[in-house]
Write a protein that binds this ligand. Structure first.
Ligand code: ZN
Length: 398
């Protein structure tokens, strides 16, 4: 058993001044006390104790494209530039990205993969996570080939993995229906790109716009195979795919009535604000999501659209853009909000505290962020400063 004290401790219920954390010999959080245990020996620290952070959306296999894909022209232009530069995943770039993510305090990554190349790196640790094996497919033969490829990757040992689809603009409606359906057996949440660009809705409503041109240029036989709906969320609703098993990534252009649908069904949202600013110059209405109680997590997206995998910098963008929202909401999204997506469940998800909070039994380790004296630890944490941080205890593997 080891004890740690600090100016502030971040618990699932928010910050506690002068708290004390006991870590068991197995590396899991054993006890959380609101005040010091009199007389017991403990290491005293200046700053804030946090659980390791969860990156709820990344594509490690794009790590070699850092700084190489210009943005600002919307998603279809960005995707075109990406396809032109994309090559086989580079192990060294992925290892470096993981090392930097670790140093920035990341305990786990929800990593989207098309090739499976990132899976052995995550399986060997110390950063763990879940692989989202992502399918793209429009014509029936391509859909079957994608599913067979995914089925092989899902057998890879050492890392939890789920199958998912890329987006409504790259997958046939019946593929979405089959892959995004609520699960029968317990599994981690499935993440799915949604409303990253207004052109997504245009394709579903009118069958034209930048995505129609893009798919035509690629020679895809997409007419009559894609979903038709007033919005991506309405399409997913019609397919019976909304629910606590699903986390929608981005939701930059999701309107108020669709946000109501997400709240009513317990569908989570993963925010990637720096990537959204790079690609389209627009942020999602994260305040409206907080007000509705939509479960939130935060991801960096890949190094093809952000400069680093530092989750505190990601959340700092939200804290700055939405000053009326208690910044504690973003800290919860970085910790328990992301951790709940990792829990294998059917139906209602846990609150994530038992894995990714400073709560008894939790396994995401103990991170010290060296903040100066503050009365508002969440606000100071997310003020944009790159505060020094270090692991006091590493995460343990479940
Ligand atoms: Zn993505």
């Amino acid at each position: 058993m080891r004890r740690f004290r600090a100016d502030w401790v971040w618990t699932p219920d928010g910050p506690v001044r002068g708290g004390e954390i006991t870590v068991g010999d197995d590396g899991r959080i054993a006890k959380v006390r609101a005040s010091h245990t009199t007389g017991a020996e403990a290491l005293e620290h200046r700053g804030l104790l946090l659980p390791g952070l969860v990156n709820a959306h990344c594509h490690l296999e794009l790590s070699d494209l850092r700084g190489r894909i210009p943005g600002g022209q919307g998603l279809s232009s960005w995707a075109q530039a990406l396809l032109a530069r994309r090559r086989a995943p580079q192990d060294e770039a992925m290892r470096q990205a993981l090392e930097q993510a670790w140093e920035a305090g990341t305990a786990a990554i929800v990593d989207v993969t098309n090739t499976g190349a990132s899976m052995p790196l995550l399986a060997e640790g110390p950063v763990g996570g879940v692989a989202q094996v992502e399918l793209l497919g429009i014509e029936p033969d391509r859909c079957e080939a994608a599913r067979a490829h995914a089925a092989r990757l899902l057998l890879a040992p050492g890392l939890p993995a789920v199958e998912t689809c890329h987006a409504v603009v790259s997958c046939a409606e019946d593929l979405l229906a089959r892959v995004l359906a609520p699960p029968v057996d317990p599994r981690p949440a499935v993440t799915f790109h949604c409303d990253e660009d207004p052109a997504d809705t245009r394709l579903l409503r009118e069958e034209d716009g930048p995505w129609a041109d893009f798919l035509d240029r690629l020679g895809r036989q997409w007419r009559g195979r894609m979903g038709r709906a007033d919005s991506p969320v309405r399409l997913l609703e019609g397919l019976g795919a909304l629910g606590p098993h699903l986390a929608l990534v981005h939701c930059v252009h999701t309107g108020p009535r669709d946000l109501d649908r997400l709240a009513a069904t317990g569908t989570a949202v993963v925010l990637c604000p720096r990537s959204n600013l790079h690609i389209g110059g627009v942020l999602p209405d994260a305040a409206a999501m907080v007000r509705r109680g939509i479960p939130l997590a935060i991801g960096t997206d890949s190094l093809a659209s952000v400069d680093d995998l530092d989750l505190l910098q990601e959340a700092a963008v939200l804290a700055s853009a939405f000053p009326a929202i208690d910044p504690g909401a973003w800290v919860q999204a970085l910790t328990t909000g992301g951790a709940r997506l990792l829990e294998p469940t059917v139906g209602a998800r846990s609150d994530g505290a038992s894995r990714g909070g400073l709560a008894p039994g939790a396994s995401h380790g103990l991170l010290l962020v060296e903040l100066p004296r503050t009365e508002e630890p969440a606000r100071t944490l997310l003020d944009g400063t790159r505060w020094p941080r270090r692991w006091l205890c590493p995460p343990t593997r479940d």
